[in-house]
Design a protein around this ligand. Sequence first.
Ligand code: NAD
Length: 234
Amino acid sequence: MVNFLSSVMKKLIILTGAGVSAESGIITFREMGGLWDKYSIEEVASPQAWKKNPQLVLDFYNTRRKQLLDSQPNAAHRALVDLERKYEVHIVTQNVDDLHERAGSTKVLHLHGELMKVRSEKNEKLISTLNGWELKLGDKAEDGEQLRPHIVWFGEAVPMINNAAKLVKSADIMIIIGTSLSVYPAAGLLFEASKSCLKYYIDPIAETQFLPGIELISKKATEGVPHLVEQLLK
Ligand code: NAD
């Protein structure tokens, strides 16, 4: 029965970025620039940074994790869960937070990794969930190697990109939320959708972008998403 239902349900793909979590108190990428006066995000989120100053990298991600544990899903995360009543919903997120899962979304693909997970620095398949928020130098994976954040850093390959592109290609409806569409290859996913796919973009800056064929909704996520979800559930 479940398989039958999912084969007749329309496929709805949702691409989310830092903006969907902004109203949960998690700062966006751009705002991060001001947070660390001395370092740009590229300088703490790269393999070179990990090699040069692993403690600095750990401090950065420990701070992010602590902040995430104090944050809650917002009305936008929660509204997206309701869509699963009528559609086959897949969320493809650039976010490393777990707020979509905590809201109740069942199919979430993380393009850039997951903040609450760690992995061996020598084997990217040895992934585990961190207990708490703090990862320290000397914390080892099963293979005896140092654990690092399970994050796709600048300059690293994005292993989930092909799976994400496949999902977008098959979408009947696509909703893009809270992303400046400036980080590639994630931003390029938009162009994988078919011509017949209905597309919406919710972001306070939506109308400043030149995106023909996409309905631009210049609103914050907690306002724009519940409203669109209500329309799509009618
Ligand atoms: P970005 O910072 O480049 O863009 C954020 C977008 O969110 C902007 O377009 C902004 O207008 C919009 N925005 C701000 N407040 C909003 C709101 N209340 N509602 C809706 N939209 C709002 O972020 P990006 O495009 O996601 O790409 C940056 C990279 O930073 C990604 O790779 C992502 O992995 C990473 N990142 C993740 C998190 C997280 O996990 N929550 C947070 C910061 C950065």
